[in-house]
Design a binder for this molecule. Structure first.
Ligand code: GLU
Length: 510
């Protein structure tokens, strides 16, 4: 590894909501930077105005705020290479494209869309694959084929010329990827990519990306596998600029796969199988369609990052739960797998459950309080913390709390029909009235005392335990589930207990 200070970047294009795979790319960059005491940079690659989506950049910023991933330099932070938004760096790129023309590594191309179409058609008729490179360029209108004075005229007069990279002919490009090893590609399979366009005076992704990585002193490019086909071109661009000495190292991360392992994880898989593929909820500005997010689904950011860390990387041990510090210490690009990482939505939930269980009851109470407030319930933290302690083994999200604990805060507003049918018999109302009398007589409403009194009453009368207790539970909880009845009534207190039994007697008619 080079001795230079490690500098990596996350370089999203604001073309829509960031996919969870993008967050994983950012996380791996972050871990790598922090492990090496390096810098992590946020660069926004917004030179493709046709694909620009309103709100996408804000979404990126909000995602990393939520996750707690901090950048050292970049959009919204600043730094010695500012600006970090490519649209604000517009004036930088043309001179680099021209530098490549001077060194005969690029040329001006003047073909119109119609001329390109005609060439494509001709290729098809001849049964050849259309590829704009050495085989074609000699036939097109370019600064390589036209006399200088005509080139100058066209540059002045026409508004839509482009600068293309002059792909070398029949050369083997060899380049090493940290994850994939050596790649060898013949340049005859690559095309003369457009680098800069007069029409909008903007560079394309390839030029802007290489120039900025160079100027920003990036040492390692860690990005998604979809950019692997561009790697030979990028290597050739570094060479053409004479920047081989400072060229960054590359690592291309494999795709996140659908739960069945067949193909790339998409938004549609999430919709179909009921899980988010975006970190935050996203409302499309065009269609107003809302896509769910991990944050809104109730995931803790730590759990989200932990599950992402293990998609494609593993520490070589059985450990699955990691603090951020542990991840920074253990992360290793050499342990990132080449094959796609299959996403398992149940495992994602498992991670959240583990993080939830790690929180103490007071922390959980603080997270539960806003849900209760929304329902108009005011209870002190001690009470709420006790409730959390009683149900925390059975929940995955804070959003699950209410469904499992509403009876600690309010009387049931309905009674489970099946349970009613099974346990509420002709004699039940009378028995419940007796139970009220028994409970009235218990002064200290501790679970021990109420349990003792109720059991004593049941056995004295030789009542069937199951029926009586289930009817009791139905009156208090509304269903046949939940923790020990005596624990519940100790929590809600004597008056509330008696009110609820009376309410049930009044509403459940045999
Ligand atoms: N702007 C590219 C993207 O949207 C970045 C690719 C790279 O990291 O080089 O993914």
């Amino acid at each position: 590894m080079s001795k230079k200070k490690v500098r990596v970047r996350f370089a999203p294009s604001p073309t829509g909501p960031l996919h969870m795979g993008g967050v994983r790319t950012a996380l791996f960059n972050y871990l790598f930077a922090k492990q090496h005491g390096g810098d992590f940079i946020l660069r926004i690659e917004d030179t493709d105005s046709a694909r620009f989506v309103h709100g996408a950049e804000e979404y990126i910023t909000e995602t990393f705020n939520w996750c707690g991933i901090k950048f050292d330099e970049g959009v919204g932070i600043g730094g010695k290479h500012a600006p970090y938004r490519q649209s604000e760096r517009k004036s930088i790129y043309l001179k680099y494209a021209e530098q490549l023309i001077e060194s005969s590594n690029a040329y001006y191309a003047f073909d119109t869309a119609e001329e390109l179409d005609a060439a494509r058609k001709q290729y098809e008729e001849e049964g050849k694959t259309f590829i704009y490179n050495s085989s074609l360029r000699s036939r097109m209108k370019t600064s390589l084929t036209l006399p200088d004075n005509e080139v100058r005229q066209l540059l002045d007069k026409t508004g839509n010329w482009v600068i293309r990279f002059k792909m070398p002919e029949n050369e083997l490009v060899k380049i090493t990827d940290i994850i994939r090893g050596e790649l060898v590609v013949n340049t005859n399979t690559l095309d003369d990519k457009v680098l800069w366009k007069k029409a909008d005076e903007l560079p394309t992704y390839h030029l802007a990306n290489i120039v900025d990585d160079h100027l920003m002193e990036i040492t390692h490019v860690i990005r998604g596998e979809e950019w692997l086909p561009s790697l030979p071109l990028h290597a050739l661009l570094y060479r053409a600029f004479g920047w081989d000495d400072t060229r960054p190292e590359f690592a291309h991360l494999s795709l996140l796969l659908k739960p069945d392992g067949k193909g790339k994880l998409s938004k549609r898989d999430g919709d179909r199988l009921g899980f988010p593929v975006y970190p935050l909820e996203w409302k499309s500005p065009e269609t107003s369609e809302v896509s769910r997010g991990y944050r809104e689904d109730g995931y803790f950011p730590e759990a989200f990052l932990n599950l992402l860390a293990l998609l494609g990387w593993n520490p070589g041990t059985e450990q699955e739960l990691f603090t951020m510090d542990e991840l920074i210490k253990l992360f290793d690009l050499n342990r990132v797998v080449k094959s796609g990482a299959r996403f398992n939505p149940n495992k994602a939930k498992w991670f959240n459950q583990q993080y939830l269980k790690q929180k103490n009851n007071e922390e959980l109470a603080k997270l539960y309080q806003p849900v209760l407030k929304e329902k108009g319930i005011e209870k002190d933290n001690n009470y709420v913390a006790k409730v959390c302690g009683m149900i925390k083994e059975r929940v995955v999200f804070i959003n699950d709390f209410w469904g499992l604990s509403s009876y600690f805060f309010a009387a049931p507003d309905s009674y489970d029909e099946k349970t009613v049918k099974k346990y509420w018999k002709e004699e039940t109302s009378t028995r419940m009235q007796e139970l009220v009398a028994i409970l009235q007589g218990v002064n200290d409403f501790s679970k021990e005392d109420t349990e003792h009194a109720v059991r004593d009453w049941i056995s004295r009368n030789e009542y069937p335990m199951g029926h009586v207790m289930n009817a009791f539970r139905l009156s208090i909880v509304g269903t046949s589930t939940g923790p020990s009845m005596f624990e519940i009534i100790e929590m809600i207190g004597k008056d509330e207990t008696i009110n609820r039994i009376n309410k049930a007697i009044g509403s459940i008619l045999f």
